[in-house]
Design a protein around this ligand. Structure first.
Ligand code: ME8
Length: 516
């Protein structure tokens, strides 16, 4: 058998300077859905997530909590690992940048950039934001009445830094980067982010300070351990580390270059400018895509600890259900745009889409099958145009979904699936199988068969988003565990008549407000 196509997908690695918040959960859920989609569509997938543990931000939090930075990283990284389990993420690895394997990879990429003549020692003087772990130009800053400076766009505080530093010759990569963007129009998505990056690079690139000497919480620079690497050099390299770099003979070497880095819109510059420049310098292949998703807000407000509106993903998943939360985020927020979380929003999606439209349709159909078809998949008779039309809509879904996944339009996939769920509900209501029971039992069987077959296809296609509920639905339809990938969509995988089915039960309960 030919080797499967590989697909390497990553989230950003999060700063474990606190517990994970809903933005982290959102990114993980979306990336997981894409990873699951690709697996079901026949790819050999490697899905990576993890934590970014060095840098000043971690040090500052550790000092505030009177802890050693290692202890802070150990404690909080564990919460991120637990979140991945709690949200049913299917990541194949979880990387921590304090791991030995990562030191080796960072030192190697540094040496290669240095050998290429792209790293030189000089002195840095300028503004640095610890919160963003980023350098800022004077023009990006506002001068406040107390003499302090903040980043105009985000209000983040900056501090003056003056120290010996290694620099990366980013300025030398401007033309190469622009040529690369031009010849790889899909490298940065969505379009808005691509335009921002193009104009940033066109406006000219300055060399980048890539080491610090005033603290030692980082990866030492090879040959000059007085310096630790700038946390972004270290962080970006995690994507290589996990493939076994610098070794080239590990089981995972084949996954580089990555297919896509899924990240938030605030860190596209690091991934779409610095990272490709580092890789070009080191003579390594570049990732195929970088996708900057939008931000999630709590009813329009930015979440922050000081505002007190940080929403704990563990609490949310426990309260609404994991599939329910996953479905809500991915259906409600067009992937790539900002979105809002609200209690009413999620309850509405649970009750209208999952419980009513999909859950109820499946349950009504399965209950009729249990009562009238001896609990076995019914046998269809000759198909009428109404049956054929509905089946055609279901059969076409996989092609639409493949189109949409190319632009990571998860919301469009779900909208298309639920449009067919809506058609199936209209079909079921119009055909009135409960009346056919006495007047035309053979026709009733056909209607129930067609409905069940549509539910089968919807469930297979919904697995990336609602893995637990979709699997339960497929169990109820008697679909074998090894017949649930996308190869079984369409005509080839039709439900087998006369298959014995388990007793039906509702899969997606309605959300009921808890009584105090
Ligand atoms: O940026 N909504 O870590 P991080 C959606 N360590 N996404 C959000 C969000 C929100 N409200 N807030 C944050 C870092 N994110 C670096 C990454 S990668 C080599 C290093 C996203 O913990 C954010 O955009 O601040 C990023 O993709 C991820 O969460 C981790 O953010």
């Amino acid at each position: 058998m030919a080797d499967k196509d590989t697909y390497y997908i990553t989230t950003a690695i999060s700063y474990p300077n606190g517990r994970p918040h809903i933005g982290h959960a959102y990114e993980l859920i979306a990336t997981d859905a894409i990873a699951r989609f690709k697996r079901l569509d026949g790819h050999e997938v490697f899905f990576l997530t993890g934590t970014d543990e060095h840098g000043q931000k971690m040090l500052q939090t550790a000092a505030k909590e009177s802890m050693a930075a290692t202890a802070l990283a150990d404690r909080n990284s564990q919460y991120f690992r637990e979140m991945a389990v709690a949200l049913n993420a299917s990541n194949d690895d979880f990387i921590r940048t304090t791991e030995e394997r990562h030191y080796r990879a960072c030192q190697e990429i540094w040496k290669r950039m240095e050998a290429a003549g792209d790293i030189y020692l000089s002195k840095y003087s300028g503004w640095y934001s610890v919160r963003d772990e980023a350098y800022y130009d004077e023009k990006d800053l506002a001068l406040n009445s107390d003499g302090s400076r903040t980043v105009i766009e985000t209000g983040t505080k900056v501090e003056w830094v003056e120290e010996e530093s290694y620099f990366f010759k980013l300025s030398a990569f401007q033309d190469r980067l622009l040529k690369f963007y031009e010849s790889h129009p899909d490298f940065i998505g969505p379009e808005e982010r691509r335009n921002e990056i193009l104009s940033f690079v066109r406006s000219g690139l300055r060399d980048l300070s890539v080491s610090r000497t005033t603290f030692d919480w980082g990866i030492p620079v090879p040959g000059n351990p007085k310096h630790v690497m700038y946390v972004w050099v270290d962080a970006l390299t995690n994507y290589l580390t996990a493939t076994g770099f610098p070794q080239t003979n590990t089981g995972r070497s084949k996954f580089w270059p990555a297919s896509v880095h899924v990240i938030g819109k605030d860190i596209v510059r690091f991934h779409a400018v610095y990272w490709p420049a580092f890789l070009m310098s080191a003579g390594l292949p570049l990732p195929h895509r970088v996708f900057g998703h939008g931000f999630l807000f709590n009813r329009g407000e930015k979440m922050s600890k000081s505002v007190g509106n940080v929403i704990d993903p563990f609490t949310l998943a426990g309260h609404y259900g994991v599939d329910q939360l996953r479905y809500f985020f991915l259906r409600e927020v067009p992937f790539g745009q900002d979105g809002n979380y609200s209690h009413e929003g999620i309850v509405n999606r649970i009750n209208a889409d999952l419980a009513n439209d999909f859950g109820n349709l499946a349950n009504r159909c399965l209950k009729m099958i249990a009562a009238n078809c001896r609990g076995r998949v019914p046998s269809p008779g000759d198909l009428l145009p109404s049956d054929e039309q509905l089946l055609k809509l279901a059969d076409e879904l996989v092609w639409k979904a493949r189109d949409s996944i190319y632009s990571f339009a998860l919301h469009t996939i779900l909208a298309d699936l639920w449009a067919v769920v809506g058609e199936a509900n209209r079909y079921f209501a119009a055909e009135e199988p409960w009346k056919l029971k006495t007047s035309n039992a053979a026709r009733m069987e056909t209607v129930l068969y067609v409905t069940a077959e549509v539910v089968r296809q919807i469930a297979i296609l919904a697995q990336p988003v609602i893995p637990t509920g979709a699997a339960k639905m497929l169990d109820l339809l008697g679909v074998p565990g090894d017949a649930r990938d996308f190869g079984y969509l369409g005509v080839d995988g039709r439900l087998a008549p006369d298959t014995a089915l388990p007793a039906p039960e509702p899969v997606f309960p309605r959300y009921v407000e808890p009584t105090e």
